[in-house]
Each structure stands twice: as C-alpha cells, then as structure tokens.
Design a protein around this ligand. Structure first.
Ligand code: NAD
Length: 247
C-alpha cells in the first residue's frame, strides 16, 4: 500500500511533462489525483493511463488564470473526491524575449499563468487544508528564478515570485499542519524544452554537473519526497533539481 492511500492530490497543468509525471507518481503512491489542465489539453489521456495502471484519477479542466473558475474546481474536487491533501502548482508557460523587445502582453501573460495562477488555486485549497489541519503544497518554480536567464525576465520574475510566495505561506500555515515548499527544476526534457535548438542544448549540457537533461520523473520524485512522510518537517524550502546547473 502506498503512503498516499486515502489522500487526494490536485495537480495543475497535469496534461503533459512534469505535471503528468507528478500525477502518475502520486497515483502510484495511492493518492486519488485530480488532474487539472487547460480545457483544450488532452488530460484524459493521463487519467486513462493512471486508471489502467490501477490508480484513481479524474479530469478537472481549468485555466488557472481564472480565479473564480479555480475556486469552483476546488469546491468540485472536495465534493467529489472528499478533500485535498496535496496541491502541486505546476501549470506554467514561457514567452521569451529580451526585455527591451518584450511586449507588455507577454510580461502580463507569463505572470498571470505562473504566479497569479498559483495564487488563484492555492487560496481556496489552503482554506480546505486549514479545515483538515493537514496538507502539502508544492509549487514548481525554476532555477531561472534563482539564477536569472537572458531572455526570460518575465519567466524569472514569476518563478522568483513563487519562492517568496512559498516562504510567506509556509509561515502562515505551519501551525495548521500544512507544509509549503517549492521545487526549482533545471532543464527538463518536456514539450517546454523541446523548443531548444541543438546549439542551445549543447551549451546547456556544458553547464551541468550531471551530463543529461532532467526527466519529468526526476521532478516527480522530489514532489513525492516532500509530500510523503519523509518530508513532514520540511517547509518554506526550495529544492533545486537541476543536475548541478544551479547550486
Ligand atoms: P509543459 O508545457 O509540458 O507543461 C505545462 C502544462 O501547463 C501544460 O499541460 C499546459 O497546457 C498547462 N498550462 C499552460 N497554461 C495553463 C493555464 N493557463 N491553466 C492551466 N494549465 C495551463 O511544460 P513542463 O516543462 O512540464 O512545465 C511544467 C512546470 O515546470 C512549469 O511551471 C514550468 O515553468 C516548470 N519548469 C519546467 C522546466 C523545464 O525544463 N521543462 C524547468 C523549470 C521549471
């Protein structure tokens, strides 16, 4: 029996990449997973995979930029699955451009998904967790939020914002039995990084201590650690999972 048996996990951006890997991993440990992603995403494919592997999961379409819709989805998950014990704030986008050429819409869009999105979902979930006096929140930040990256001022600001959000919320919720942490992935092989060309990929590997891109499972393993029994005394932390890209 997995250590998340009887628990409910909500994962945003669960249709692909890191979110899908987290959903599968949480289900393997016994959690019932509310897989949430954009209504246009093929999230049902991930849910079907989890169910065929003997797990439990359900699709909850949500654009995290819509705060009212987020509150409705949280209510629906609690009504249908019986609570929320684990939240993984994973939905995120990039829209890269040097600052001097960046359109204000691009700045706002990235902040709206990556940072406002975490606020929109975490606020109603925190209320549920406070009532339960139990919960684990993990937000997927990025090493770019800690070390910077040219062409990503919007993305870096949103991911650094998640770090401050995590530390402040950890202080608010610790006394209620809720831990709040962030994971800062390095470069992980997903649809987001498939956009890199061969030259960018080579330059990247040159900066890594471990000579490979990360996998979504590398990140899911860190999530499992934080939400499982081994993570019970860890809060307000950012764990870099970057193959030594940032240390
Ligand atoms: P991805 O593009 O495969 O996954 C992002 C998911 O979020 C997709 O399913 C997408 O449809 C969904 N999404 C996008 N906008 C959304 C919205 N408004 N509402 C709800 N869902 C939305 O990329 P990924 O690499 O798996 O990224 C997952 C997270 O990991 C992101 O927050 C990303 O910033 C972070 N991250 C990724 C890397 C990497 O190298 N891939 C590195 C550091 C951090």
């Amino acid at each position: 029996m997995g250590y998340l048996e009887g628990k409910v996990a909500l994962v945003t951006g669960a249709a692909t990449g890191i979110g899908a890997a987290c959903a599968r991993a949480l289900a393997r440990e016994g959690a019932t997973v509310a897989c949430s992603s954009l209504p246009t995403d093929a999230t049902q494919v991930v849910v079907d995979e989890i169910i065929s592997a003997g797990g439990a999961a359900r699709v909850y379409p949500l654009n995290v930029t819509d705060g009212e819709a987020a509150a409705r989805v949280v209510e629906q998950v609690v009504a249908e699955l019986g609570g929320i014990h684990v939240l993984v704030n994973n939905a995120g986008i990039t829209d890269d451009q040097l600052l001097i050429r960046m359109r204000p819409e691009s700045w706002r869009r990235v902040l709206a998904v990556n940072l406002d999105g975490a606020f929109n979902v975490t606020q109603p979930v925190a209320k549920v967790m406070m009532k339960q006096r139990e919960g684990r929140v993990v937000s997927i930040s990025s090493v770019v939020g800690l070390m910077g990256n040219a062409g990503q001022t919007n993305y870096a600001a949103s991911k650094a914002g998640l770090v401050g959000f995590t530390k402040a919320l950890a202080k608010e919720l610790g006394s209620r039995g809720i831990t709040v942490n962030a994971i800062a992935p390095g470069f992980i092989q997903t649809p987001m990084t498939d956009k890199l060309n061969e030259e960018q990929r080579k330059a990247l590997l040159a900066n890594l201590a471990i000579q490979r891109l990360g996998t979504p499972e590398d990140i899911a393993n860190a999530v499992l650690f934080l939400v499982g029994p081994a993570g019970s005394y860890i809060t307000g932390e950012v764990i870099n999972v970057s193959g030594g890209l940032y240390m």
